[in-house]
Design a protein around this ligand. Structure first.
Ligand code: CA
Ligand code: CA
Ligand code: CA
Length: 669
């Protein structure tokens, strides 16, 4: 095998010829030969069996595998990190996790296979056209950007009532662990359906009530199948919707007495900023309650900047006793649109009606006067208690991700605080140059769910949701709120704490406390070892300092680190880091950065580290153990990441030489 031998000589000076010659002799005597060299690095071809003997020479400081050039990592600059980078560097990439994406269309997906998407994906045509939109393709790109090794399953739907149910069933049959959904029964569907019933050719006004009941019924069906999917282990990441500025509610007030609703004391009009949706239909719905089956009569008008009526809905509420009016207009270039509500008549003056105005469009038309509260309620499945409802925050805000997007739907949803969390949007994808909306935020969180699922395969959907909520960065009002949920999604920084990246620490102080590097999740691609009898598990723990260690003394700078992850019966994850300075550091995952130290003498007194010592250290911890290995020689700059380490290791099993130590590794039990 080819290795790089780092010599004990000044790193910025040419290698001494005599030293090089001496190395050549030693390598040759072990059946190997030299290649090129640069500074104190020498390429050496040598059999794995002989590396240990070569490494015993005191003039060698390190033997490592060549560092392969890394492809540009999309996470580093085009995605807001949210802790994903640390996990990715720690080897958590979504490998082995199946993620399903339900969307209207996946146009252009095939062109992206092997680049912005995995080499292959599995698709299912549930609706009639798989290529009706790029929206789903962009969502798949988001998942892939966060969890590049996750397997993707794309399913398109045309009909929300039938296709949706079949799509979920297909994904369940495929065994997906995560579903990302950026579609739903949203305001557009609601307003469109209501409009069609009122003003369609076969209009029957009584059906206006039944359409609402029908949509309620579809919602109930959705909720049933979603709850069933979650109960069967699927984590569901759901876009909250982009409806925050598409709803206004308030009493009918007419301060200037002209019969038109006053949105402010001076303003009878509520501008609809159509945001460039030229040639598209926008639906507007007005709803109000009656008293004793009697309804005051309001009419709804859309006027343009010249006060010309563009659309109107003026049902006679005496003939049709239901509090609803619905308009539709097509957006034209250069035209502005204002919403006006006229009180045609009222049944008695002993009450004030509360009115709700809704704009139906899937993009971003916004009302000048709006009330975002409760807009999640209007979106299903975003209002479902079992899903992770994701709002969107601005990617470019400062500090990053701190400001809610004005369109991101807000809670509550009934009794529930919603959304559950927020994630950035506005990413550059291949499908959309700026992928805005909660549609982008939901697959981002779905990708993060895939990472969590890979690292903690035993986590239930409920626990993954709780894990993400407890690690989220609280924004807005203290605690979980109806704007940001539990806050900005964020993976805990428990993968990296190293000198070159103190930002990876829970706190810089915790870095200083350890005094060196620590990593988690070594060999995490392997199924984690779980043995019920922890004593037995420890006896077979895969890591120890081997018998051949020169002095058996682990002194500062030579670190060998063992991480032990042992969930307790109470489902708290704890970590023990046994470090070179003779102390064991315990971290409670619920209290990261808080190190509890415990003396660990056998490393300090020159003995070989034996796994039995761990038992003595941790007598109180019983339950299932996952013990896995990580070693980080502090002087070996190239082995200070898990990627470099895994590159270094020829296989997951065997004896390895790290500087003067021999380490027995067995990652795949
Ligand atoms: Ca008025
Ligand atoms: Ca009316
Ligand atoms: Ca908050």
């Amino acid at each position: 095998m080819k290795v790089i031998v780092v010599m004990d000589s000044p790193p910025l000076q040419p290698l001494d010829d005599k030293l090089l010659w001496e190395l050549k002799q030693r390598v040759a005597s072990l059946g190997g030969y030299l290649g090129n060299h640069a500074f104190n690095n020498v390429q050496v071809w040598i059999s794995l069996d002989n590396i240990q003997e070569l490494a015993a020479w005191s003039r060698i400081t390190l033997i490592r595998k060549p560092m392969k050039p890394q492809l540009h990592d999309v996470m580093s600059d085009s995605l807001r990190d949210c802790g994903v980078g640390d996990w990715r560097r720690g080897g958590i990439t979504g490998r082995g996790v199946k993620v399903g994406i339900i969307d209207a269309g996946f146009s252009g997906y095939a062109d992206l296979l092997g680049s912005a998407l995995p080499e292959q994906v599995e698709i299912q045509l549930q609706g009639t056209s798989f290529f009706s939109s790029k929206h789903g393709t962009a969502c798949a790109e988001m998942v892939h950007a966060v969890a590049p090794d996750a397997d993707l399953f794309l399913v398109n739907i045309d009909d929300l009532a039938v296709d949706f149910v079949n799509a979920v069933e297909w994904l369940q049959a495929k065994g997906v662990a995560v579903i990302s959904s950026s579609i739903g029964l949203n305001l557009k569907v609601f307003c469109q359906q209501a409009y069609n019933v009122i003003w369609g050719n076969d209009a029957s006004l009584h059906a206006a009530g039944s359409v609402i009941n029908y949509l309620d019924q579809v919602k109930q069906q959705w909720n049933a199948i979603i709850s069933d999917a979650v109960a069967h282990g699927i984590v569901w990441s759901q876009a909250a919707g982009n409806d925050a500025r598409k709803r206004w509610s308030g009493p009918f007030l007419d301060e200037d007495g002209d019969g038109l609703l006053n949105f402010s004391s001076l303003d009878n009009r509520n501008k609809i900023d159509v945001n460039g949706c030229v040639n598209e239909d926008v639906y507007v719905l007005l709803l109000w309650n009656g008293t004793s089956n009697r309804y005051d009569d309001y009419d709804l008008y859309i006027v343009n900047q010249n006060e010309s009526v563009v659309a109107q809905s003026d049902l006679d509420q005496e003939r049709f006793p239901i509090g609803i009016e619905a308009c539709k207009f097509k957006v034209r270039t250069g035209e502005e649109y204002y919403l006006v509500v006229h009180q045609y008549s009222f049944t008695s003056s002993d009450h004030v009606d509360n009115l709700i105005l809704l704009i139906g469009h899937e993009q971003f038309p916004e009302l000048q006067y709006f009330d975002p509260s409760g807009t999640v309620t209007l979106n299903c499945p975003a209002s479902n208690s079992n899903v992770i409802t994701v709002g969107a925050v601005q990617l470019t805000s400062s500090p990053p991700g701190a400001v809610i997007e004005s369109y991101s739907s807000q809670g509550p949803a009934g009794d529930l605080l919603k959304p559950d969390m927020v994630a950035p949007d506005g990413f550059d994808t291949t499908s959309f140059s700026h992928f805005n909306g909660t549609s982008a935020a939901a697959p981002y969180v779905a990708g993060i769910c895939a990472l969590v699922r890979q690292r903690y395969p035993e986590f239930t959907p409920t626990r993954i949701k709780a894990y993400l909520e407890s690690n989220a960065l609280d924004l807005g009002a203290a605690g979980k709120d109806n704007v940001y949920g539990s806050g900005l999604v964020r993976l805990p920084a428990d993968f990296a704490c190293r000198e070159d990246s103190p930002a990876g620490c829970a706190t810089p102080a915790s870095c200083a406390g350890v005094g060196a590097f620590w990593y988690g999740g070594g060999c995490s691609l392997a199924p984690r070892r779980e043995v019920r009898d922890y004593n037995e598990a420890i006896a077979e723990a895969p890591v120890r300092l081997g018998d051949g260690a020169n002095d058996g003394r682990i002194s500062n700078g030579e670190g060998l680190v063992l991480e032990v992850d042992f969930p307790l019966p109470g489902e708290t994850s704890n970590y023990a880091l046994i470090s070179f300075d003779g102390n064991a550091y315990f971290i409670d995952s619920g209290n990261q950065g808080n190190f509890l130290t415990k003396a660990f003498t056998s490393a300090e007194n020159g003995k070989i580290f034996e796994t039995a010592d761990l038992c003595a250290l941790l007598p109180g911890y019983q339950g299932q153990w996952g013990v896995y290995f990580l070693s980080v020689p502090a002087e070996a700059g190239d082995l200070q990441t898990l990627e470099a380490l895994s590159d270094y290791l020829e296989s997951d099993k065997g004896q390895y030489v790290f500087g003067q130590y021999i380490v027995q590794i067995d990652c795949r039990q």
